[in-house]
Design a protein around this ligand. Structure first.
Ligand SMILES: Nc1ncnc2c1ncn2[C@@H]1O[C@H](COP(=O)(O)OP(=O)(O)OP(=O)(O)O)[C@@H](O)[C@H]1O
Ligand SMILES: [Mg+2]
Length: 276
């Protein structure tokens, strides 16, 4: 069963403007991390909102864990989906950080001690234990993001949607979050969907990438390596190739049998092998 399947989605907004995500079908499976890229306004967030059931399609179909978002069966599937919004402000609802992270577990009927353990664990993961009693509304952008991540990931959803999760995070917080996501996807039965503009991060985290273009729908699907080889798709996505990846792409063109490394360590090992 596919975790997410999107076919020719059309959405009519209240002001009667329309967005169409037709063309190539979009799907994501449990066990994979898929990046969704595209220029501002291409419809990435709109697509995510459909997957969590916040919007209803006016055309086409969106299926989550086999259930159409328009069907009664979706309510059950919906419980397996968690999303961290691009604008996290709107999803922080608890009077304190602790309450906010505990909200979904309490709502799901967890026992008090399980909620306490889950909240403590998440606050520890995201380095926000010292913010437990603070009012979420008054936190900084990066702090709010971490609270929203903790409040979503505490439920360990099968499908995790991260809409530009690295915005507002400083470099060490970004590294921490990358580690958490890697840890999360290593559990094997999770589907992580991520929107991101940095190709290095996409390469590091995702198994496949889709490019969404306004008015055209999905116009590329492939691995991050295939995306790097597709200059045209990169330019349509308005994404730059990192210098290190560029160097290794050129080495491949020169006939060197090297993989494009995901980290400086991998690059170093590849260069050492070449010297031998
Ligand atoms: N509530 C709304 N009413 C009318 N138009 C909307 C609404 N929400 C989004 N849109 C329009 O739909 C299009 C897609 O918006 P969306 O937020 O999905 O893009 P995005 O790819 O996530 O962009 P970004 O990279 O800036 O986050 C945009 O042109 C936007 O103006
Ligand atoms: Mg967006």
């Amino acid at each position: 069963m596919k975790a997410i399947e999107v076919k020719c989605l059309e959405h009519k907004f209240q002001d009667s403007s329309k967005i169409s995500i037709c063309g190539m079908e979009f799907h994501a499976d449990l066990g994979e991390t898929v990046a969704l890229i595209g220029q501002n306004g291409s419809g990435k967030t709109t697509l995510f909102f459909h997957v969590v059931g916040l919007l209803t399609p006016s055309g086409g179909s969106v299926r989550v864990l086999g259930a159409d978002v328009n069907s009664p069966g979706f309510e059950k599937a919906r419980r397996n989906v968690g999303m961290v919004f691009q604008e996290v402000e709107s999803q922080l609802i608890g009077p304190t950080v602790w309450d906010d992270i505990a909200f979904a577990p309490f709502n799901a009927g967890w026992a008090k001690k399980d909620v306490e353990a889950g909240v403590e664990e998440m606050m520890g993961h995201f380095g926000i234990s010292h913010l437990a009693d603070r009012v979420p509304h008054y936190l900084s952008g990066g702090e709010k993001k971490k609270v929203a991540l903790a409040g979503t990931m505490v439920m360990r959803p099968k499908i995790l949607l991260l809409d530009e999760p690295f915005a507002h995070l400083d470099p060490s917080s970004k590294r921490d979050l990358i580690r958490h996501i890697e840890h999360y996807r290593a559990e094997g039965d999770k589907c992580v969907l991520i929107t991101e503009h940095d190709l290095g991060t996409i390469h590091l985290l995702s198994d496949r990438v889709y490019l969404l273009e306004k008015g055209k729908g999905m116009t590329f699907e492939g691995t991050p390596e295939q995306l790097m080889e597709d200059r045209d798709a990169l330019s349509r996505a308005d994404i730059e190739i990192p210098e290190l990846d560029e160097l290794f792409m050129r080495l491949r063109k020169e006939g060197y049998k090297v993989k494009v490394p995901k980290t400086a360590e991998e690059a170093l090992q590849a260069l050492k092998k070449m010297r031998k």
